[in-house]
Design a protein around this ligand. Sequence first.
Ligand code: SF4
Length: 417
Amino acid sequence: MLRPMNPEWREIPWDRALAAASPTVANALEKSLAGGDLGFEEGMTLATVEGNDLLALAKVADELRRRTVGDRITYVVNRNLNFTNICIVGCSFCGFSRGPDSPDAYFHSTDALLAKSLEAVERGATEVCIQGGLPKDLDGYNYVELLRAIKGRLPELHVHAYSPMEITYGIEKTRMPLPEYLLMLKQAGLNSIPGTAAEILDDSVRRSLSPNKLKVRQWIEVIRTAHSLGIPSTSTMMYGHTERPEHWVRHLLLLREIQKETRGFTEFVPLGFIHSQTKLFQIGGARAGHSPDEDLIVHALARVLLHGYIPNIQVSWVKLGYEQSLACLEAGANDFGGTLMEESISKAAGANFGEYVSPGEFRALIRTIGRIPAERSTTYKIRKTFELPDAEEIMPSSRMPMLGATTGHAPVSTTGY
Ligand code: SF4
C-alpha cells in the first residue's frame, strides 16, 4: 500500500480510495461522511483494516479532518515542566518514575519552576504544561501553591496542569471534596488539565498495567467535574502495549459519550507506548510499542469515531518522531502539539525525541507535506497563520524526515503522559 509522506499517496482522491475498499469498510466510512455516529461493530471493522481498507480509512479520515478544521496544521508554543520524577504509583509502563533515594531523583522547587516559566514566556511560550510523579510526602496544597506562584507573576500564561491521577492524589492528601478542590485550583489560576493517566479506559487492562492507578470511574469523575466547572481538558489513549483493537474502540466511544455531555475536551491525543526502558516490556508483558500501521489506524480511527464531537486530533511527536507524526497528519490528525522546550518523561522511557522543536522547525516540517502552519492557543484559537515561509523556517537537514520513505518509524518506547 502507498503510505502518507509519499507524494503519490497524496494524489489519491478519498473517493477513489473509498471505492476500492471492501463493502463493510466502505459502508462504515460512508456513514461517517454522512454525519452518522459509528457504533462498536463498525468501529471494530475500521480498527482491524489492512491494505486497501487501511488506505480508505486514512484517506476518509483526512477528508473529515479537512471538512472539520481545514488545511492548517496547528501547534502551540509551550514548555513542559515535569516538576518531580519521584513517584509511589509504580506503573509498569513508566520509565520516568524514581524512588526518593534514587541518585537521579529530583524535585524542582517552586522558585525553579517559576524561573523556567519566566524563561518560557521570554522565548515566546503561551502555555506551561505541568505534570509530575506522586511523591509519598507531597503536600496536597503544593499544586495550588505552584499555580499561585506562577500566575501571580505571569497572569496571561495559560497553565495546563495536573492529570486526573494528580488531582485524585491532591484530594486524598487534603481530604477536600473533588469539586471544591478543583475550584480551588481554578481560582489559583488553573486554565485546563491534561487528560492523561487515561492509558486504556478499561479496568481489566489498567489492573494489569498499573493496579495502583485511579480506576476508570475516578478518571471520568475528575474529567466530568472539571468540565462542569469550566475547566477544559485534553483526552488521551496509550496504545501499543497489551491492549487490543476492541479496547481502542471502546475507549474512543467512551470519550465520545463524555464529550456529548460536557463538550469539555479540546482534543484527542493518541500516545504510542514507548517500550524500551519500561518494566512492562522488559518482563515480556507487552509488545514492543506501536507499529507504523497502528499509528495510522489509531489516528484515523479517532478522527472517524470522534467526528462531530472532538474536532482536533493531535500527534505526539515525542512518541512518534517527526516522520510518523507527519504521516498521521496526512491520515486524520490536524495538530502538531507543543514545542515543549523540555520533555523528560518520554525520553526517560527510551524515546529519541523530546527536548525541543523550535516554532520555525515545526513550520518547516509542516511545509514538507504541503500544508499551512499556524500557531494556536491552548484552546485552539489561531494566534497567527504562516501563509508563506519565513527566515526562521530553517532546519538542519540531518533532522529532516526523508520524504517518501516508507519504513522510517522513529525508535520509540512509553509512559502514559
Ligand atoms: S506514569 Fe505517572 S503515576 Fe505512573 S509511575 Fe509514572 S509518574 Fe508515577
